[in-house]
Design a protein around this ligand. Sequence first.
Ligand SMILES: [Zn+2]
Length: 489
Amino acid sequence: MTDPPASSEQSLTPEQPPAHGRSTATEQSESGRPESGRSTVPGRSEAAEAFVLRGVHVLDRTGRFGEPTDVAVGGGIIHAVGTRLGLDRDAVDVDAHDLWLMPGVVDCHAHVTQSTYDPFELATASLSTRVLQTAAALRASLAAGVTHLRDAGGADAGIRDAVSAGTVPGPRLAVSVVGLSRSGRHGDGAIIGPGLESAEDLLMPDYPGRPPHTVTEAGSLPASVRGILRAGADWIMIYASGGVMSARPGQPEPQFSPVELAAAVAEARRYGRPVMMHALGERSIEAAVAAGARSIEHGIGLTEPVAAAMAAAGVTLVPTLSPYQDLAALAATGVLPGWAADRAEATEAALAGTIAVARAAGVPIALGSDARHRTRHGANLAEISRLRHAGLTPPEALLAATATGARLFGLGEGAGRIAVGSAFDAILLDADPGDLSIFERPGAVSGVFLGGRAVLPHPRLPGKLVRPTMVMEEVPRIVPERPAVSPPG
Ligand SMILES: [Zn+2]
């Protein structure tokens, strides 16, 4: 394996996730702010228009919406927040009374390269089909209000950079390229039935330049990490344990030893990249935290002592409730084998306990939809409601979706808030989200801004702020025909 370019080591402080990936097309300035005059969409090169939203309810740093406030934006940055801001002749006034404004959602765990659970479709769809489906997933996610998305395996640097260059619309991406798995274990392509496991190598078919995602030899995990870093990953993703549907009976087992995990984190750290670990069950979560994982994905089976260690180390939990609830709903239909249905139901029953343990210990909790189906890309914000039903208060769930996710993503302390100096990545709602059930409904978000530009223009925006080249008025769902071949045998 060749080492990654030296520049990646030099340009980042250890373990600082890059804010917007490493692409060069639409980068942030060294101050961490998006540079004005750069475009995230084709055909635009001028600076984002200046405007003032008047009388909007704004999500504050406590996760609550306040009294009507004015928000002034210019060059993609929030310049002022306050009541009755003075008139600015260079800015467009927007009547935003009876609208609700919050930061764009940071989805810290999704798989934009997968659009079905159907293993036959996954195994037979061409690479080009998969890539174009990925474009549809990205577009749907952005239109739904996801302004930043950390892909947990599947999306590579090319996809990230295409979004950054404006080739396709989508959230700003951080990619892990592939999820590293012990060969023969969870994530290694085993298919045990429709709707059950979406194996890692089915997240994307193999193609030239894709680094290996399975680890066969003892001690070779750091070499695998280097291969993924060389492919341009922003994060390293490791399956530290099995999954709910990958083994039976009993709990998901560790896939790597604590020593192997620590060596992998140390290698990633050498190149300034953080590590996220899929971990279920106390032993696996404990080993992942001890190894230095920045976030624990799923985390089912978290116990009080391990939660205390997570809180002390500042490790974020990304619980991804949606797929487990979907799986339990599938189990209720009777289509799963008995052992799988039992495990699905037991897992769903454990979700609230996991959240309660994390919350009580003060573990940061960030939103992850684990979206990997065409009906889930664009429904990412349902996870906000599900976090609330699992035990977070509405303000806590809203902060998990915004500020906490932004911090994990590496956007800095001020990001993920409607605050002076922050990039204007934000969404508008036509109703008070109240108990947050609004986020379960498609189309809940009525306006999306990315870097101060209206990528999903709210109807109240004057035409001056709406550029045809950047508008996603309609978000088509691409549902391909079933491939015209028969299943084997
Ligand atoms: Zn996942």
